[in-house]
Write a protein that binds this ligand. Structure first.
Ligand code: MUC
Ligand code: MG
Length: 366
């Protein structure tokens, strides 16, 4: 079964309100829908969210790399020969989100070809994940209102708070208001998206020690090697590497240099193939993992839960699976549902990302 054609369709769907964080902000999901067609009519689907402030990719660069660089080299390859596809992608450095989406679309096609759900092919551990919701920069009272609403409406009891602002008191205050308003049984962890220095992060940890925060993600740039190592050694909670670790090689570097002691896995930038390697590396070394959100649509979130629910280690913590709730619309024909704080995988061949063609026609930009 051969790859016959690849589509990279740019589209734009507005957000209900912007998501703001230390490295950037998102007002519109200006993503690229990747479709891999096989010669016998199967279509594998994945979503590519460009994050220029994180990896340097744009909607245009993702389309170009998929259509002009990867496309001509993978068309004609057998859909099952993933290592050959990988060899093609390895010849071009970076472009992690373009590579991740092509990999996921191929897995989706493989699942359909063998008439098996991809979560079963990947590991089949369970059928759902607990959901963690990401809270962007907002006044503390609005953050609390949003968290309470998500708890009430969707049963979500885990929140990741975006931090990394100056003065530090802004974020310390937000942590305090959330903890006091949400009570002791709600999990709160932080993500600074490199907004602070390692020493500023240490100061925030010192001033929030009584608040029961569980993790701090990407506190500073990983290039601050020595200060970050010192932070990891002294921090009472795990320091999670996110944007510093899109590949398995990056994970090795951060863990072995002492730059992190937990790892965020994102299928949007690692695909299922490299995410599997990253997970193996982390479980082998005895390091905790989280399933992160690349500010994903429902298609991206479905990919995340497909991978996350497939493995034991990725289900220990809540996965970041809810940010599509901030979008005005989505392309997934059968919408994702968050109920009692959980999202379920789809027991259909492939990943189950059926597209609403009318919506795609409306939102596509080519
Ligand atoms: C996150 O976990 O950092 C924000 C920027 C990005 O690349 O991903 C998001 C969420
Ligand atoms: Mg992060």
């Amino acid at each position: 079964m051969k790859i016959a054609r690849i589509e990279a369709i740019p589209y734009a769907i507005p957000y209900t309100h912007p998501l703001r964080f230390a490295s950037g902000e998102v007002h519109t999901a200006d993503h690229v829908l990747i479709r891999v067609h096989t010669d016998d009519g199967i279509i594998g689907t994945a979503d590519a969210p460009p994050r220029p402030y994180t990896y340097g990719e744009t909607q245009t660069s993702i389309r170009t790399i998929v259509q002009d660089i990867f496309g001509p080299q993978v068309i004609g390859l057998d859909i099952f020969d993933r290592e050959k596809v990988r060899q093609v992608m390895d010849r071009t450095i970076h472009n992690q989100v373009a590579k991740g989406a092509l990999d996921i679309a191929i897995w989706d096609a493989i699942g359909q070809a063998v008439k098996t759900p991809v979560h079963k092919l990947l590991g089949g551990f369970t059928d759902s994940m607990r959901v963690s919701h990401m809270l962007g920069f907002r006044p503390a009272e609005e953050l609390l209102e949003e968290a309470l609403r998500f708890g009430e409406q969707y049963g979500i009891t885990t929140f990741k708070l975006k931090v990394g602002r100056r003065p530090l008191a802004l974020d310390i205050e937000a942590c305090r208001v959330l903890r006091e308003g949400l009570g002791e049984n709600v999990e709160i962890y932080l993500d600074a998206n490199r907004g602070w220095t390692a020493n500023e992060a240490m100061e925030v940890l010192r001033q929030t020690e009584d608040l029961g925060l569980t993790m701090l993600e990407e506190p500073c740039d990983a290039k601050e090697t020595l200060s970050r190592k010192r932070l990891v050694e002294r921090s009472p909670i795990p320091i999670v590497a996110d944007e510093s670790v899109p590949t398995a090689g990056d994970v090795s570097r951060e863990l072995l240099s002492g730059g992190a002691n937990a790892i965020c896995i994102k299928t949007a930038r690692s695909g299922f193939t490299e995410a599997t390697e990253i997970l193996g590396l982390c479980t082998g070394l005895g390091v905790d993992v989280t399933m992160g959100n690349q500010i994903d649509t429902q298609i991206g979130s479905l990919a995340t839960v497909t991978f996350g629910a497939a493995h034991q280690a990725t289900t220990r913590k809540a996965g970041e699976l809810s940010n599509f709730l901030d979008m005005t619309d989505d392309l997934l024909a059968d919408p994702l549902v968050i109920k009692d704080g959980r999202i379920f995988v789809r027991n259909v061949p492939g990943v189950g990302a059926g597209i609403d063609e009318t919506k795609l026609a409306h939102y596509r930009q080519d």
